[in-house]
Write a protein that binds this ligand. Structure first.
Ligand SMILES: Nc1ncnc2c1ncn2[C@@H]1O[C@H](COP(=O)(O)OP(=O)(O)OP(=O)(O)O)[C@@H](O)[C@H]1O
Length: 274
């Protein structure tokens, strides 16, 4: 995926929101876009999604794209399952496969009970889960997430983290905007900041091999497959597991563990400064 000399303004006389954006990303990357309010993050994602057109420059993006917008249109004339099946069909899935994936994501987000509810009558949080599900079921080459975690409960956030990790592991390219600087800690491969219409590469939160590490001892029937910071997992003699992560990722790891299903009991947390 490549952006070269991209500029975007709304209206013929509007100010250039993006002026000269250069960005090349490889499949399998997981990239964070940050920037001040109104700097143009959503605009950038819309250009990548093909929803807005660049005023100048070139945008090369894969045909298979899925996008979670910052605001999901609320008054769609579908119930949740019918909407997901419909979008699956638009993406070329068979009716049976679209239904299978729709049910899979409804179940993963814990909203199977709302499958038959018209989207306009869903709570904000449930609606957001549907918005995220429609993008995930596409298994797209390019997945664009604009504040997709906002409005989700802890457990759904954990599911989304896991789903994003799966997409990147399958070779997909994921570009996301989120206000939490630790979002997808340990998984993101790059970060860029939008400022004055230009993109600047910025370092990811420090998690060098020589920095402090945190050991978290947990008891659980099963641990989520993907955990922030990709901790080393060491089984202990009494059946507990010791997770060892760079301390920069400890908060994100603890949040994920607290939201896990089946539940995880955190027995101890210790930072090792040695
Ligand atoms: N459809 C539109 N028509 C006119 N101006 C727009 C439109 N969409 C965005 N803008 C303007 O473009 C600028 C960048 O907006 P954008 O939503 O991309 O920023 P952002 O970084 O995502 O902001 P936030 O963090 O507040 O979501 C803002 O000044 C905004 O007012």
């Amino acid at each position: 995926m490549r952006l070269a000399g991209v500029g975007k303004r709304y209206g013929r006389r509007g100010p250039w929101v993006l002026r000269e954006v250069e960005l090349t990303l490889r499949p399998g990357s997981l990239v964070r876009i940050e920037g001040a309010n109104g700097s143009g993050k959503s605009t950038l994602l819309k250009l990548l999604a093909g929803i807005e057109r660049a005023g100048r420059g070139t945008v090369e993006a894969p045909a298979g794209r899925a996008y979670v917008p910052e605001r999901f249109p609320p008054a769609l004339p579908f119930d949740a399952r019918a909407y997901l099946c419909h979008l699956g069909r638009i993406r070329g899935l068979s009716a049976a496969e679209a239904r299978r994936r729709a049910d899979h994501w409804l179940e993963r987000f814990g909203i199977t009970g709302y499958a038959g509810t018209p989207i306009g009558r869903l709570s904000k949080g449930t609606c957001q889960k549907v918005a995220v599900a429609q993008a995930l079921l596409a298994e797209a080459e390019l997945l664009l997430l604009d504040e997709a975690w906002t409005g989700l409960d802890q457990s759904a956030r954990g599911e989304l983290d896991g789903a994003v990790a799966e997409r990147a592991a399958a070779g997909g390219l994921v570009v996301f905007v989120d206000h939490d600087p630790t979002r997808l800690a340990g998984l993101a491969t790059g970060a860029h900041r939008v400022a004055d219409g230009v993109l600047h590469e910025v370092p990811l939160p420090q998690a060098g091999p020589d920095g402090p590490r945190t050991a978290v001892v947990v008891e659980a029937e099963a641990l989520p497959e993907w955990l922030p910071g990709r901790p080393e997992r060491k089984p202990l003699a009494d059946g507990a597991t010791r997770l060892d992560v760079p301390s920069a990722h400890a908060d994100a790891l603890l949040r994920r563990l607290l939201a896990a299903h089946p539940p995880v009991h955190i027995r101890s947390v210790r930072e090792d400064n040695a």
